[in-house]
Each structure stands twice: as structure tokens, then as C-alpha cells.
Design a protein around this ligand. Structure first.
Ligand SMILES: Nc1ncnc2c1ncn2[C@@H]1O[C@H](COP(=O)(O)OP(=O)(O)OP(=O)(O)O)[C@@H](O)[C@H]1O
Ligand SMILES: [Mg+2]
Length: 251
């Protein structure tokens, strides 16, 4: 049984079919990439998995259990954590306090005192190399550090599955490489990862398997080296000027 099963899921907004009959699985231990041009439906898929929006058709299963229709916090407690395309830390709080917000979601420490939360928060800060910034106000973090904070907050939830929505966006090459190493480290610690990414070098370098969406549909899936040569995929990207040459860059 796959860790995550997405079966024939669709969702429209008004006249826009954002996600159209999409089916895929994510197996335990994998890093799966989700790519596609702007507006392809990637974030909507992530919103459906995390329960932020409801699907029109189909179902989503996590560890064999149907999670469609459950509330976002219930889904989070079952072990699915996510980051957001637009990073939004809690303003007026320190880095440590922000990470603590993630830890408070953990079902296994529900009702326990702060003393049980501290080691979890410390571990997440250490994993994402934020220990030296722990007591800084979040306003002082640069973009790369805010991305690390997003991941630390998600990790403090103790997830089995981590959904990453464009965590590399806006980072320079050195910051991207550092974050790729960290994502691999989280995966090596047993966290399964579904990653939406426009930075091809990152998604192709990280993923065991890549899913490609275009106009709401899944148009291809396979190993990165096969996907980057797939004519359907190249066509989907070349149709959008912004992505011209990105696939070539990844090779
Ligand atoms: N809440 C919403 N209300 C109305 N339309 C929406 C909503 N969310 C998404 N859409 C539309 O659904 C389509 C898919 O959007 P989505 O954000 O999933 O794309 P994406 O693949 O994540 O794109 P990007 O790479 O630009 O982030 C787009 O046409 C978008 O405008
Ligand atoms: Mg998106």
C-alpha cells in the first residue's frame, strides 16, 4: 500500500478546471517531484491533500485511510505537514516561537507541558540549521532563512509526509544547493516528501520520481532522466515563455 493515494481527484473554481481527474501514489520513503507550468494545478493538488479545499470528485487516502473531507488540522495531526508558496511566519514572534507553533500540532504531545515540546523544537531548529537564530525576531530573517523556518515548523509537527510548495523560489544557487542537502537529510530521517518546484535543477536532483501537470491534468510521470526528455513535457514548458530552457538547464 502506498503512503499517499490520490484517486481520480478533480476540483474546479467557477469555470476553471484547476485539477482534472488526477491520480497518483507516493510510496513511503520517496521524494516525488510535482512540476508543470504556472497555473497547471500543482498548488491546488497540495491544497486538496492538506484539506484546505475540498475536492469535487475522487478520493485521497493516507496510510490506507480516507482523508478526503477532513479538516486541515485533523489531516496535519495524522502526519501530513506542508509549507506554503508564500512564506508567512507569525510576525512579532521569535524563530523558536514560530517553530513551537508546529510542535503544538503534534498529537503525541497533546496536553503535555512545555518541557516536552522544547526538545522537539530544538531538534527542528538544529536540523534546519537555525539554532543560532533561535531567539531572533522572525522579521530579521532573510528569505533563505524564512524558507528554513517554514521547514523547521513543518518538521516540528513530526510528519510522515511533507508537502513542499516552491521552497527554492527566489533563492540563489548556493542557497538552493544548501536547501537541497537539507531536504535530502529530512528524507534520510524517514520523511516522505512531495515537492512542487520550478527550479528544475532542484526537482530533478532531489526526486526519485517526477509527476508532470499541465492544464489540471497529469500528463507524465517517471524518473527525472526520462521526464526531462519526454516530448509532451518539453512541449508543455515550451508553450510558456517563462520556462523556456529550464528543462535543458536541468540536464
Ligand atoms: N482559490 C481559487 N479560486 C479561484 N481560482 C483558483 C483558486 N486556486 C487556484 N485557482 C486557479 O486554478 C488554476 C491552478 O492554480 P494552481 O495555483 O493550482 O497552479 P500552480 O500549478 O500551483 O501554479 P504556479 O506554478 O503559478 O504556482 C489556476 O488557473 C488558478 O488561477
Ligand atoms: Mg503554485
Amino acid at each position: 500500500m502506498a503512503l499517499l493515494e490520490v484517486k481520480n481527484v478533480s476540483r474546479s473554481f467557477g469555470g476553471v478546471q484547476a485539477v482534472s481527474d488526477v491520480s497518483f501514489e507516493v510510496n513511503e520513503g520517496e521524494i516525488v517531484g510535482l512540476i508543470g507550468p504556472n497555473g497547471a494545478g500543482k498548488t491546488t493538488v497540495m491544497n486538496l491533500i492538506s484539506g484546505l479545499i475540498k475536492n469535487d470528485t475522487g478520493e485521497i487516502r493516507f496510510q490506507g485511510e480516507r482523508i478526503t473531507g477532513l479538516k486541515p488540522h485533523t489531516i496535519a495531526r495524522k502526519g501530513i505537514a506542508r509549507t506554503f508558496q508564500i512564506v508567512k511566519p507569525f510576525q512579532g514572534m521569535t524563530v523558536r516561537e514560530n517553530v513551537m507553533m508546529g510542535a503544538l500540532f503534534r498529537s503525541d504531545i497533546k496536553g503535555l507541558k512545555g518541557s516536552a515540546i522544547k526538545p522537539i523544537v530544538d531538534e527542528a531548529l538544529r536540523l534546519l540549521e537555525l539554532d543560532s537564530r533561535a531567539d531572533s525576531p522572525v522579521e530579521e530573517l532573510n528569505l533563505a532563512q524564512r524558507k528554513h523556518l517554514e521547514l523547521a515548523r513543518a518538521m516540528a509537527m513530526g510528519p510522515k509526509l511533507l508537502l513542499l510548495d516552491e521552497v527554492m523560489a527566489g533563492l540563489n544557487l548556493r542557497e538552493i544547493e544548501r536547501l537541497m542537502e537539507l531536504v535530502k537529510k529530512l528524507n534520510a530521517r524517514g520523511v516522505t516528501i512531495l515537492v512542487i518546484e520550478h527550479v528544475m535543477k532542484a526537482v530533478m536532483g532531489l526526486s526519485n520520481r517526477v509527476l508532470v501537470m499541465h492544464h489540471g491534468s497529469l500528463i507524465a510521470q517517471g524518473p527525472p532522466e526520462v521526464i526531462s526528455q519526454d516530448p509532451k513535457v518539453i512541449e508543455a514548458y515550451l508553450g510558456k515563455r517563462r520556462h523556456k530552457g529550464l528543462l535543458k538547464e536541468a540536464r
